[in-house]
Design a protein around this ligand. Structure first.
Ligand code: SF4
Length: 350
C-alpha cells in the first residue's frame, strides 16, 4: 500500500489521525492481507478504503518453491512490470529475503539476466518493502519470520537511493516491521556517489560491493559501470567507508569458469585488497559460484561455472594471502537461481 496515498485518503474521508497508525501497524506489524482483515477499524471505513485504494502495490503472479525450502516470487506492479524476490532458508533458522529495487536494471552486467531485460523504472519504497511482507506473511503461517533483508535482487539500489533508504526505514520502524538495521544489507555494483552517501548515513545497515574482478580491463568487460567508476576511484571510497563506519564490508566475487577463477586471479584479488588498509582490516570476500542463465531469456549463456579444482585452488590462495573469505551456499538450485532469471523467463514467454 502506498502509505502517502493512505494518509491523503484518510484525510479526505475526515478520519482521525490515529487511523493511519492503526492501518500501518496492521500491515507492517500484524501482516494483515487486506482492509477487510483489519478488525479494529469500522466496517464502513474498511469498505471505503477497499474501494478507493489498493491494499497491495504488488500482485503476486507465481511462487516457485525449492526442495531446500527456499522460494522465489514473481510479482507484477500496478503498471504491469515483472519483478522478483527470493527467500533463502538457512539451516540455522535464519530467513533472508532478497529484494529488487528496480524493474530491470540500468547497469547491464554481462553475466546478469536482469541486465539483459533493460531498464523500466525504479521501484517505490512501498513496492520494495512489500516484497518482504509477502514472504513474511507466508512465514508467519508456519510460525517463522523474516530475519534478514538484502538489497541484492533486480536493479542497482544506489540508482534508486531515496526509495531504498525509505524502504529501509520502513522495515526498521519500531512501530511496524521492526527489523534491526544490522540485519539489512545493501549491495552495489560500485556507484561511488551512492557509497559516499551511504557512508555518511547515521545507521548500521551493511554494505556489500559486487567486485567480481580485480583489474579494470576485466571488470569493465563484466560490469560496464567500471568505466565510470574504475577501481582507483572505487577502492579508496570503500576504504573510507570502512574507516568511518568500522563496519565489515562484504566483497562479492562471482566465480566465472576460465574467466576470473584462476589462482592468478585470486592472487590479483589479494594484491588489490592488501593495497587498502581498512578494506583489508574489515572485509570478507564472498565467493559465489556462477549459476548459468537459462537460454529461455533469449540470450545464449556465454559463461560457465568454475571447475571444483579451480574453486579449491582459488580459496587456497586467499587463505594463504590472509584474506578473509566465505563461500555463499547455493540455495534454490532447482529453481531459476540467477538474479533476474524468473522475470526474464516471464518476459520471454510473453
Ligand atoms: S548484477 Fe545487479 S547491477 Fe548488474 S545488471 Fe544485474 S541487477 Fe543490475
Amino acid at each position: 500500500m502506498d502509505l502517502d496515498k493512505l494518509q491523503t485518503t484518510l484525510e479526505e474521508l475526515g478520519q482521525p489521525a490515529y487511523r493511519f497508525k492503526q492501518i500501518k501497524l496492521a500491515m507492517y506489524r500484524d501482516l494483515k492481507e487486506g482492509f477487510d482483515a483489519i478488525e479494529n477499524i469500522p466496517m464502513a471505513l474498511r469498505q471505503d478504503l477497499d474501494r478507493l485504494l489498493p491494499f497491495n502495490e504488488l500482485i503476486l503472479k507465481t511462487e516457485q518453491k525449492s526442495l531446500d525450502g527456499s522460494g522465489k516470487n514473481l510479482f507484477f506492479t500496478c503498471d504491469d512490470l515483472a519483478i522478483e524476490s527470493v527467500l533463502i532458508k538457512h539451516g540455522d533458522g535464519s530467513r533472508t529475503v532478497c529484494v529488487s529495487t528496480e524493474a530491470g536494471c540500468q547497469i547491464d552486467c554481462s553475466f546478469c539476466a536482469t541486465g539483459h531485460l533493460g531498464f523500466k523504472r525504479v521501484l517505490t519504497q512501498f513496492e520494495i518493502a512489500e516484497q518482504v511482507l509477502s514472504f513474511a506473511r507466508e512465514l508467519k503461517a508456519k510460525g517463522e519470520k523474516v530475519t534478514n533483508v538484502v538489497f541484492m535482487g533486480m536493479g542497482e539500489p544506489f540508482l534508486n537511493y531515496d526509495n531504498v533508504k525509505q524502504a529501509i526505514l520502513l522495515l526498521n520502524d519500531k512501530d511496524g516491521f521492526n527489523l534491526g538495521q544490522r540485519r539489512i544489507s545493501v549491495s552495489t555494483s560500485g556507484i561511488v556517489p551512492g557509497i559516499e552517501r551511504f557512508t555518511a548515513e547515521d545507521w548500521q545497515v551493511n554494505l556489500a560491493i559486487s567486485l567480481h574482478a580485480s583489474s579494470n580491463v576485466l571488470r569493465s568487460r563484466l560490469m560496464p559501470i567500471n568505466k565510470t567508476y574504475p577501481l582507483e576511484k572505487l577502492m579508496p571510497t570503500l576504504d573510507a567507508y570502512v574507516a568511518k563506519t568500522n563496519r565489515k564490508l562484504m566483497i562479492e566475487y562471482l566465480l566465472l569458469g576460465e574467466l576470473n577463477d584462476s589462482s592468478r586471479n585470486a592472487d590479483a584479488l589479494a594484491d588489490l585488497i592488501h593495497r587498502y588498509e581498512e578494506v583489508l582490516r574489515l572485509s570478507v570476500v564472498n565467493l559465489i559460484i556462477y549459476n548459468p542463465v537459462n537460454d529461455s531469456s533469449g540470450h545464449p549463456d556465454r559463461f560457465k561455472a568454475p571447475r571444483p579444482a579451480s574453486l579449491r585452488a582459488f580459496e587456497e590462495v586467499l587463505t594463504k594471502r590472509e584474506i578473509a573469505w566465505t563461500r555463499r551456499a547455493s540455495f534454490g538450485g532447482d529453481i531459476s537461481g540467477a538474479c533476474g532469471q524468473l522475470a526474464g523467463e516471464e518476459v520471454s514467454k510473453e
